[in-house]
Design a binder for this molecule. Sequence first.
Ligand SMILES: Cc1cc2nc3c(=O)[nH]c(=O)nc-3n(C[C@H](O)[C@H](O)[C@H](O)COP(=O)(O)OP(=O)(O)OC[C@H]3O[C@@H](n4cnc5c(N)ncnc54)[C@H](O)[C@@H]3O)c2cc1C
Length: 249
Amino acid sequence: MNIAVCISQVPDTSARIKIASDGKTIETADVNFVINPYDEFALEEAVKLKEKFAGSTVSVFTIGGDNVIANLRKAFAVGADKAVHLKDETPKDAAGVAAILAEAIKSHFGAVPDLVFFGKESTDFNDAQVGPMVAELLGIPAVTVVVALETDGTTAKIEREIEGGKEMIEAGLPLVITAQKGLNTPRVANMKGIMAAKSKPIETKPVSTDAHSKLSLTKLEKPPQKQVGKMVGTAAELVGLLHTEAKVV
Ligand SMILES: Cc1cc2nc3c(=O)[nH]c(=O)nc-3n(C[C@H](O)[C@H](O)[C@H](O)COP(=O)(O)OP(=O)(O)OC[C@H]3O[C@@H](n4cnc5c(N)ncnc54)[C@H](O)[C@@H]3O)c2cc1C
């Protein structure tokens, strides 16, 4: 099977995000960028399928600056075979990202691969659009928010999370899948994988055009600071404050 996994880099959850002076980007100097957590579920599922189907390859794709290299090596360490770095630092919207990825995937495999994995969303910009957009551009179906996947290489049985329950779906391959937490437990790289990752080649391709982005980000804003809490001594005092200050009782 030919399997593609698209991974994005997001700030580590412990990072303190500061908006840069242009008001449109964040200061990245002290920020540690990690693989988007949902993309780790996508990658794990791809590697599990590679282990099940002999002769399969897992290729990872990412758009970004040189700071993506460390995360591509991490993808190698847990089992990816090939990596394509689409080198670019110019902001683009989800449609711009999707167009570049779809073109790169087709050109890398010479055809549409059997499975194309994404995270259900990135944890920084949370668009949840790139996966379905790539599916449309490749002319294949997309199943989103997937929590279980079984395939014989030709068809797939899929469970996806919906409000208050699960939905079971059957579909033929090729297919786009967007991964949700619960799909699997991503493995931790072992020493053999880390050593092997050092010598696997990364194919770097410049991104020369962004004809597809239609949106421009005008401003980023942080939420207003929360008011400092107040300690109250007794239930009667609390009820009094809810009545006189919060005016909710
Ligand atoms: C080079 C570059 C520079 C950017 N600069 C800015 C900026 O200055 N200011 C700003 O506000 N935004 C910036 N962005 C972010 C951009 O606006 C979002 O990445 C884009 O809108 C996609 O939205 P999302 O990440 O929420 O995608 P979602 O649709 O939530 O992502 C879903 C999935 O798509 C895949 N995916 C998403 N992004 C990538 C990627 N880059 N490479 C591979 N797979 C991916 C992953 O599998 C991810 O889980 C930049 C993006 C790029 C690529």
